[in-house]
Design a protein around this ligand. Structure first.
Ligand SMILES: *[C@@H]1O[C@H](CO)[C@@H](O)[C@H](O)[C@H]1NC(C)=O
Ligand SMILES: *[C@@H]1O[C@H](CO)[C@@H](O)[C@H](O)[C@H]1NC(C)=O
Ligand SMILES: *[C@@H]1O[C@H](CO)[C@@H](O)[C@H](O)[C@H]1NC(C)=O
Length: 232
């Protein structure tokens, strides 16, 4: 009986070693061979879902790339509203801030991807069905551009939900609570505020425009731009 129990323990110890001692095994193997070239392929920062290069890992890279794209587009809009013909300093400020925020988030995501031991792939796109997009147009009217900004912020928020959902699935292959918490703290919380703010601006501008039956549109836009300069 004792012999059986001991051999069972032995089996358990061996199988546990395969799962948990990968880096240790690399080290002791290399040191045992007394070779100069230490290659320790399993001594990395990868654990959990990232080790399987699964959906969450690639979606995180795609999310960084989406932020980069948006940051660039918002910057184009900021420049457009800042030129001397359009001359809307308030709108320009609003888009510059959106651009800076998206840029900051993409840097943060790239750092997070590498922290988890993965390599950043700038060609990675989401497996989620891409939002149908026409070529990005900068020359939009004020209300249209606000509407577009609102849509794209919603897309960013929904993509965070999607990755969060994948990461919190009760599946051995997808569950990654570290990613879920990171998304909640760094993205989901503030995204709701930004969306609320943009929705508010859109409604306000619509009110400005319709208040005087569109008679003095340029005055309405001018006033709203002044208001954005002070608040955005
Ligand atoms: C990067 O992503 C693209 C698109 O998914 C893929 O075709 C390519 O093989 C990836 N590159 C690496 C090094 O994984
Ligand atoms: C976007 O622009 C490219 C190049 O100008 C063009 O080939 C493509 O058809 C355009 N796509 C859409 C959806 O307009
Ligand atoms: C959320 O927004 C606030 C106010 O704009 C900002 O101070 C804070 O740094 C943001 N948090 C994150 C995680 O981006």
């Amino acid at each position: 009986m004792k012999a059986i129990i001991y051999s069972l323990f032995g089996l358990l110890a061996v199988s546990a070693a395969f799962a948990a001692d990968a880096c240790y095994q690399d080290v002791s193997l290399d040191c045992g061979q007394a070779s100069n070239a230490l290659s320790l392929p399993r001594c990395n920062a990868i654990y959990g879902e990232y080790g399987r290069h699964g959906n969450v890992a690639t979606e995180m890279q795609a999310y960084a790339n989406l932020h980069l794209e948006r940051s660039y587009e918002y910057l184009l809009s900021a420049a457009y509203f800042n030129n001397y013909q359009t001359n809307r300093a308030g709108f320009s400020k609003l888009f510059k801030k959106l651009s800076d925020d998206a840029w900051e988030k993409s840097i943060d995501l790239i750092k997070h991807v590498t922290m988890r031991g993965d390599e950043m792939n700038f060609s990675q796109r989401s497996t989620q069905k891409p939002v149908e997009r026409k070529n990005y147009t900068v020359e939009l009217h004020e209300l249209e551009s606000l509407a577009k900004a609102l849509d794209s912020q919603k897309e960013l928020a929904e993509r965070a939900f999607y990755i969060h959902r994948e990461a919190t699935r009760n599946s051995q292959h997808l569950h990654d609570s570290e990613i879920a918490q990171y998304l909640e703290e760094e993205f989901i919380e503030n995204q709701s505020k930004k969306i609320r703010e943009l929705a508010g601006h859109t409604t306000d501008l619509k009110t400005f425009i319709t208040a005087n039956n569109g008679q003095d549109l340029s005055l309405a836009l001018y006033l709203f731009d002044e208001y954005l300069q002070k608040t955005a």
